[in-house]
Design a protein around this ligand. Structure first.
Ligand code: WTA
Length: 635
């Protein structure tokens, strides 16, 4: 079993070992797994190019570590409890053995289709067990999966299909989320009319509704897997072969395809899952994240399944049919570890405590949060009311790029402090660097969060754009990974994440690049230009505030234009990127060299025009007065 830290002293001991001799530390963790061939080097790295290789020379398949390695001991144990959107529909369950067969059958079907090691497969599916099966089937045969969140638009999907060079798409007829139905197949059809290369679309029938099927290209899931054997020998992977690509937003318009490895990611996801959540065999673990995001990859699929965990996978949304749904699910499955996002906690908190009345939450042992800073109110509410002051709350800081949790309490071991991610996990060496590149040592300091040494779960590259990988994470400061977040280390050495320091905003825990949203707005025929910034939002954490230059508002008037801008963003990216505020302005504040002064717009959107800082480089200072007067929030 993976080493588990049980005491604070044990944590400090492991941490020290991991920094004094990282190679021995990680080799020891890797011993737990089944390698077809042992690695030759634990790690080889340099951050200049950068080149990062973990367990080089090792051969493995991650699914062999989920299945074959464990079937003798817990083949009959539940792997997935699946809870449907509608509480009146029948739930489903898979044991490890059953999941293994389903994965193999899909794997063989993909092979029959000609998909093999190194090919990319796009997965655009709702939260049904077949989504997990799809990921693992790809991993089984060495195909690189790229899951696209099922809330993304046709255009966003087409961009990702093109960038990933996928030949095959796995989707469903429809998805259910609360009282909404998403016509996934229709979105796929629209996406495929805008891109090339896809030869096969496999459609899982979730709703059994009529969908248009293109002859020769589209096939239903049942038909696709029919007659395929449920026995499939895993494809041998090199430790450094890519396991998956997951797209995320950066400061420029184009999403980045973050690439994760087979060996290092396996070790890191499993190690961090076991330790952060203090998972014990037999516990029931529930993660609310969609598999379309990294949290779903690492802590709903790979981390838990590598540990033989029993997971609860939920199809719907937290507030449907009412705001007690999460608590019903916890009671129904007697959930022990509950991993969710601050935005969900805030939205449930805002609906009042009555939804918690009479709910049996006694099984809970650990509550985790991820995705954005958790404010103190939300922390206290979840700690006092959901955890009944009995459960440690682990505020876990990490990113798509880091592969797994980096800074977080170890549940029940690390003393917590509301809104603090507390201390780094073993193997993780955070450093704080100011804007001039000077490291801030000691406690009570603040600056840019960087990491000094590689860790097995870190991303290896951006798909087909290694130079962008270098520039984004390794070029700002020498010899460290730059996370893009601001951080404070307090007087006790505890870390508090302060939020992004780049042009990325975090809406309900979803990362969006402001440039991405601006591009979508600028496609509107009446818009000349725009600037997007984040603004405080009680539930979402950050909302989206767009300043738009739009000289003619045509027949629909201002409101008509705003509505069509929102529709445009919805179509280009998806509903999560729709602005909360659109302010039509005659001009944007620009420097003489033509650069938009976002700092000023950010302040206005935050409702604070009292300290705009130096505005002397502005071309036209008057424009600021106009923007403040027309502001849509109280300034
Ligand atoms: C933010 C999600 C504060 C942060 C796993 C980071 C957090 C970005 C926390 C990554 C936390 C994530 N406290 N901020 N506990 N967790 N973030 O790639 O800004 O979707 O850079 O990965 O979310 O978002 P991503």
């Amino acid at each position: 079993m993976i080493n588990k830290i049980n005491t604070l002293g044990g944590y400090f001991h492991e941490y020290q070992k991991s920094t004094l001799d990282p190679e021995s530390f990680w080799a020891q963790q890797a011993e737990f797994f089944f390698w077809r061939k042992r690695w030759q080097h634990v790690v080889q790295w340099e951050f200049k190019t950068p080149s990062i290789r973990w367990f080089d020379g090792g051969k493995l398949n991650i699914t062999e570590n989920i299945f074959e390695k464990n079937l003798y001991t817990h083949g009959d144990q539940t792997a997935i409890f699946w809870e449907p959107n509608d509480p009146n529909d029948a739930p489903r369950q898979y044991t490890y053995q059953e999941l293994f067969h389903a994965v193999n059958q899909m794997a063989n079907s993909l092979k029959r289709e000609g998909i093999s090691k190194g090919d990319t497969v796009i997965i655009y599916m709702p939260m049904v067990p077949e989504l997990t099966i799809a990921l693992l089937a790809c991993a089984r045969i060495g195909a690189i999966h790229s899951v696209v969140f099922a809330g993304f638009s046709a255009q966003a999907l087409a961009d990702r299909i093109t960038n990933a060079e996928a030949r095959l798409v796995l989707t469903a007829d429809q998805g259910y989320r609360g009282n909404k139905v998403t016509p996934l197949k229709t979105v796929v059809d629209e996406a495929l009319s805008q891109c090339q290369g896809v030869e096969r679309v496999v459609v899982y029938q979730r709703a059994y509704v009529d969908v248009s099927m293109t002859p020769g290209r589209d096939v239903f899931w049942q038909e696709f897997i029919s007659n395929a054997s449920d026995d499939c020998v895993a494809t041998e992977m090199d430790s450094e072969d890519p396991l998956f690509i997951l797209y995320t937003s950066g400061s420029t318009g184009q999403p980045k395809g973050i690439v994760h490895s087979s060996g290092g990611y396996m070790v890191y996801s499993a190690y961090t899952f076991r330790n952060v959540f203090q998972y014990n065999n037999g516990d029931v673990y529930f993660c609310t994240a969609d598999i379309g995001w990294i949290t779903g990859h690492t802590y709903l699929v790979y981390g838990p399944l590598l540990n033989g965990a029993k997971i609860v996978m939920y199809e719907g949304v937290p507030t449907w049919p009412d705001a007690g749904r999460m608590w019903d699910i916890i009671a129904k499955y007697q959930v022990n570890q509950f991993y969710t996002a601050p935005t969900i906690i805030r939205s449930l908190l805002s609906m009042g405590n009555e939804y918690l009345l009479d709910k049996d939450l006694d099984s809970l042992k650990v509550i985790g949060t991820v995705g954005e800073p958790i404010n103190e109110d939300a922390w206290h509410w979840v700690h006092d009311h959901v955890g009944q002051s009995q459960c440690p709350v682990v505020d876990t800081w990490w990113q798509t790029e880091t592969g797994g949790v980096m800074i977080s309490p170890i549940a029940g071991v690390t003393p917590t402090k509301p809104s603090f991610a507390t201390l780094p996990l073993p193997g993780i060496q955070p450093v704080i660097i100011d804007n001039d590149g000077v490291e801030q040592t000691g406690n009570s300091v603040e600056g840019n969060l960087c990491i000094r040494y590689p860790w097995p779960g870190m991303a290896r590259t951006i798909w087909r754009d290694h130079e962008r990988f270098r520039q984004t994470y390794f070029a700002n400061y020498e010899n460290v990974y730059f996370a893009g977040d601001g951080v404070r280390r307090d007087e006790d050495g505890y870390y508090r994440i302060l939020g992004r320091v780049d042009d990325v905003i975090n809406v309900s825990g979803h990362r969006l690049g402001t440039a991405e949203i601006e591009n979508a707005i600028n496609e509107h025929p009446l818009v000349n230009e725009s600037a997007v910034v984040g603004c405080p939002h009680a539930i979402k954490g950050q909302g989206i505030y767009a300043f738009v230059v739009c000289p003619q508002t045509s027949t629909g008037g201002e409101e008509g234009v705003k509505l069509s801008i929102k529709q445009g963003v919805n179509k280009r990216i998806g509903p999560i990127a729709k602005p909360d505020y659109i302010q039509i302005v005659s001009n944007l504040p620009k420097t003489r060299s033509g650069k938009i002064m976002r700092r000023i717009l950010r302040k206005i959107a935050e409702g604070d025009a009292s300290s705009l800082g130096d505005t002397s480089t502005l071309l036209d200072e008057q424009v600021i007065d106009e923007i403040i007067q027309g502001a849509l929030v109280e300034v």
